[in-house]
Write a protein that binds this ligand. Structure first.
Ligand SMILES: NC(=O)C1=CN([C@@H]2O[C@H](COP(=O)(O)OP(=O)(O)OC[C@H]3O[C@@H](n4cnc5c(N)ncnc54)[C@H](OP(=O)(O)O)[C@@H]3O)[C@@H](O)[C@H]2O)[C@@H](O)CC1
Ligand SMILES: Nc1ncnc2c1ncn2[C@@H]1O[C@H](COP(=O)(O)OP(=O)(O)O)[C@@H](O)[C@H]1O
Ligand SMILES: [K+]
Length: 487
């Protein structure tokens, strides 16, 4: 099953559906136990629990309650716990009493030398940035990388919007975030702010909610859906992809996109364009033609990188989009679509793959902080699938369903990396995957390839391309790189 991310409302629905478990405090007990366990694991890794120092920052709601109960459990283990109450008369009363009984102390401000700080300021009930009192407490902490405390966020790092993942300023930056029942949208959309996300089972059913979904594919799912040739297959039957990219003057995009298509699946890759000779000299297996009329049949097209935006490019794009084949449109192709949106008014599957700048060109508006709503809105309005690139890739279908992928590193932020993505995703479309699955699976392999190629040093798109096949192999063998975190 894909990992499903929930909005704050959906979380509340799931909690209320748990009935007595919510009313009698069982959910909170389980949640706080999960938080305490994560803190204990952190302390054990670095020398044990007894005598260690944990600071807790407590807000006015149940998020603070979780943190206080976790503090009580830690105090019982011999951890020295101190808590700053941001709103003393609204702090969770039963949690505060339990904390005091277990030996926890309340203080005006956190001392230095703490091993762990627990962020219990706000969870799914939070709005906007950290308020000044909380901002001051967190502002005084030394970063973990400089020897400061590990920051464990309860549910959501405070100051991060649970639904949109918007990281307000200021906001808590967590080393680990502990959430309950199911991850929230923010755990994907603001993954880098959350650090490692741990999802604790508290006995709620996180699947019973309707409406638009945000999910991500696991490595195992991507491995399972990757096309592999069956005994009866031949070079045609697996889906032939056609790549239209680059030019004789600028062959780079042609080579990168076509090479990625060759690497991603078996079968055949065709190329159409004036870089045909360059492409074939790099990849002799590509069947290349200079014009569409000379190209053979394909099952999907990937069109756009480096094709230019002149009338010839427009006519070519028009011809491709007037077929009834799945089409991926990227880069220059998107600039043309922005000028002529009617081009994508078609029935066959269409996947647009903009980066933020191209997205703004398509919509006429800058991409705001709510990337999820923006990508969903464009997909819905235009009736196409839209893959928004970046560290967190989002692929929206016209029905509102979104698949996301956290690249896990940012080594892919290099020129030409998008051409590689087009080739991978185009070949998956040709193999018959839906646009959303093709886009999300391509993004995941792309991310693994980037991390495999980089190994902690910068890469270019050629390195990324060379790592596509090893990344697929590692994924299929069940030993993916550490590229992606799954809560
Ligand atoms: N229900 C359950 O069984 C379970 C719930 N669980 C836990 O409960 C959490 C949700 O608790 P919740 O609904 O009480 O809201 P919560 O996130 O604590 O914050 C609300 C308070 O914060 C305040 N506030 C808002 N914005 C702020 C800001 N920027 N900076 C500072 N303060 C701000 C706001 O105050 P006000 O705006 O009124 O001043 C309001 O009082 C959830 O995330 C999970 O941890 C788990 O135990 C599992 C079981
Ligand atoms: N900060 C980042 N972290 C991880 N991946 C990124 C980041 N920025 C871009 N990428 C990925 O790298 C690729 C860049 O594509 P694009 O912007 O179209 O570049 P180009 O046009 O130069 O090929 C996309 O797959 C995108 O998701
Ligand atoms: K929090």
């Amino acid at each position: 099953m894909p990992i499903r991310y929930l909005t704050a409302d959906a979380v509340r629905d799931a909690e209320h559906a748990a009935g007595d478990l919510l009313a009698n405090g069982t959910l909170m007990r389980r949640a706080s136990h999960g938080v305490a366990q994560v803190v204990i694991d952190e302390l054990r890794r670095t020398g044990g629990c007894y005598g260690r120092q944990v600071g807790i920052v407590v807000g006015a709601g149940d998020n603070g309650g979780d943190a206080l109960y976790a503090g009580a459990a830690l105090s019982r283990r011999g951890v020295a716990c101190t808590a700053v109450l941001l709103a003393p008369d609204r702090a969770h009363r039963a949690g505060l009493a339990a904390f005091g009984r277990a030996g926890g102390r309340t203080v005006e401000t956190l001392a230095g030398g703490l091993d762990v700080v627990i962020d219990g300021v706000v969870g799914i009930g939070g709005h906007g940035p950290l308020r000044p009192a909380a901002a001051e407490v967190f502002g005084q902490l030394t970063a973990p990388a400089d020897g400061g405390p590990v920051v464990v966020a309860v549910d959501i790092p405070s100051g991060v919007d649970a639904d949109t993942g918007q990281v307000h300023d200021p906001a808590v930056r967590a080393t680990v975030t502990v959430t309950f029942g199911a991850p929230r949208n923010a755990h994907l959309l603001a993954a880098t702010q959350c650090g490692r996300t741990v999802t604790v089972d508290i006995g709620i059913d996180p699947t019973g909610t309707d409406g638009d979904t945000l999910s991500s594919l696991t490595d195992d799912e991507v491995a399972a859906l990757w096309p592999v040739p069956a005994p009866a297959d031949d070079k045609y039957s697996q889906g032939v992809v056609g790549v239209i990219a680059g030019s004789a003057r600028y062959p780079g995009a042609a080579i990168l996109a076509t090479g990625a298509a060759v690497s991603a699946t078996s079968g055949m890759t065709r190329y159409v364009g004036t870089a045909a000779d360059d492409v074939v000299s790099h990849f002799p297996e590509v069947v290349a033609a200079r014009s569409l009329a000379d190209a053979g049949r394909v099952q999907a097209w990937a069109v756009g990188p480096g094709i230019g935006t002149d009338d010839d490019a427009l006519e070519l794009l028009r011809d491709i989009l007037s077929t009834d084949l799945p089409v991926l449109v990227d880069a220059d192709g998107l600039t043309l679509v922005a000028r002529h949106p009617e081009l994508v008014d078609r029935r066959a599957p269409t996947l647009l793959t903009p980066h933020a700048g191209e997205f703004a060109r398509l919509t006429g508006d800058e991409l705001g902080p709510d990337r999820l709503a923006a990508v969903r809105d464009l997909a819905r309005r235009w009736g196409v699938s839209v893959l928004l690139k970046g560290r967190i890739t989002l692929v929206a279908d016209p029905d509102g369903a979104v698949l996301g992928n956290d690249a896990g590193s940012s080594w892919a932020a290099t020129a030409g990396a998008g051409d590689v993505l087009s080739g991978i995703a185009g070949s998956l479309l040709a193999a018959g995957l839906t646009p959303a699955r093709a886009g999300a699976a391509a993004a995941r392999v792309h991310a693994h390839a980037a991390e495999l190629a980089a190994r902690d040093a910068p890469i270019g798109a050629s390195d990324l391309l060379a790592a596509v096949r090893p990344a697929i192999r590692a994924l299929r063998r069940g030993h993916p790189t550490s590229a992606t975190r799954v809560p």
